[in-house]
Design a protein around this ligand. Structure first.
Ligand SMILES: Nc1ncnc2c1ncn2[C@@H]1O[C@H](COP(=O)(O)OP(=O)(O)O)[C@@H](O)[C@H]1O
Ligand SMILES: [Mg+2]
Length: 383
């Protein structure tokens, strides 16, 4: 199995991994490949770098998927055989849309105007992750796409994404909600704390998580939301179903640095536990080792120095050579770590390497240039 096979055989591809490793870039590149191959594709990006957003036609906000105009492709010499739509996750907008979809009509405005709701929808731990999953479900259920590629939020802990549905579900657990809408609340925080240890613990957590201490706001929020929760639980079930479905492939993006690889390994283990198995790995920003030629053995630095000195003069030769030897040592270390990482992966999980380019990857042509590495074995549609 190759990464190309993997993408071809799945309807949903989720790029996961630690922050800064290239999740957003790789997600966009995979989506572009899907469209070039003739699949109607959508990519959900989160916090894309500004220039990437611009090249995807996303400079204006809006939480609807938008087709990238053929002119943008043509300008970069690309001709996708199916449309590529891109959207940026707008967390606040996504929560509001959720309220609009699921809250009883008479409660909508009250929820939207509620200070606690506003806080929750913007800062609740896991809420951005949850909204990404919610959007993923909408894209999948729309039936408009053959391939949906999802970027994950730039959290330090990639696990947050996997656990978000459960966390929100726990948070909105009905027994908890009863506490907030129950009559005991009228007595205020302190009375409530004194009454019940569990309630006191929950309230403390809530205050900590949100910084909102106006009990009336919170109570009102839960009262207005109770109609929504019924439907919401089903949404969460649907989200788990999509994440765990056979048509969904988690691809872990990692760099070859020791610590990042360690995180990726941990993540892979957790994914298996949560029954959202890792199906592919992209090692991004790898420093390629020079396979042969003079100086590929760090020990013959002196010989290379003599060689380089002939070309650039003795003065510059030493620095250049030292640099080259360092690079080779780095590249070799990376290869060793990658081998080790590969050994720990199940046999059928494809692993591809993408080199560290000398430039940022922020336009469609640069995204297409990644295909030669991501899908080296497949027919790469030339830029
Ligand atoms: N293979 C690569 N070579 C060079 N730069 C890269 C490569 N992959 C990603 N980048 C750059 O690294 C930065 C971070 O990538 P990004 O996809 O935003 O990471 P993440 O989404 O994981 O935080 C971006 O500026 C991107 O252009
Ligand atoms: Mg990102």
């Amino acid at each position: 199995m190759t990464l190309a096979d993997l993408v071809r055989r799945h309807r949903v591809v989720i790029s996961a991994g630690s922050g800064g490793v290239g999740k957003t870039t790789v997600a966009a590149s995979i989506a572009l490949w899907g469209a070039l191959q003739g699949r109607r594709t959508a990519v959900l990006t989160i916090d894309p770098a500004r220039r990437l957003a611009t090249s995807l036609g996303l400079e204006t906000l809006g939480h609807e998927p938008r087709e990238i105009s053929p002119a943008l492709f043509a300008a970069q010499g690309l001709a996708p055989r199916a449309p590529l739509s891109a959207m940026m996750l707008d967390q606040k907008g996504a929560w509001d849309a959720l309220v609009h979809r699921y809250a009883p009509p008479d409660a909508r405005e009250r929820i939207l105007a509620n200070a606690f709701y506003q806080h929750l929808s913007q800062t609740f731990a896991g809420s951005q992750e949850y909204m990404a999953i919610e959007q993923l479900c909408l894209l999948v259920d729309s039936g408009d796409y053959d391939l949906v590629v999802v970027d994950t939020p730039p959290t330090r802990h990639a696990l947050d994404f996997l656990e978000a549905p459960k966390r929100i579900d726990d948070f909105l657990d009905r027994s908890v909600i009863k506490w907030f809408v129950g009559p005991s609340l009228s007595a205020g925080w302190s009375a409530l704390r004194a009454v019940n240890k569990t309630a006191s613990f929950l309230l403390h957590r809530l205050e900590q998580a949100t910084g909102v201490s106006a009990l009336s706001e919170i109570s009102d929020f839960f009262a207005s939301m109770s109609g929504l929760f019924e439907n919401f639980h089903e949404r969460i079930e649907r989200a788990s179903e999509v994440l765990r479905g056979d048509g969904t492939a988690f691809v872990v993006i990692s760099s070859p640095e020791e610590q990042v690889l360690g995180d990726a390994e941990y993540l892979a283990g957790k994914m298996a536990e949560l029954r959202m198995p890792l199906k592919g790995v992209v090692l991004n920003r790898v420093h390629p080792e020079q396979e042969d030629g003079p100086g590929t053995d760090p020990d013959d630095a002196a010989a290379v120095e003599a060689l380089v000195a002939r070309a650039v003069g003795a003065k510059d030769a030493r620095g250049l050579v030292a640099n080259f030897v360092d690079f080779q040592t780095l590249a070799r270390g990376e290869q060793l770590r990658i081998e080790q990482f590969r050994d720990g992966l199940p046999e059928r999980v494809p692993l591809v390497e993408v080199p560290n380019f000398s430039h940022d990857v922020h336009d469609l042509a640069a995204l297409a240039a990644m295909h030669a590495h991501l899908f080296a074995d497949a027919d790469v549609v030339a830029a």
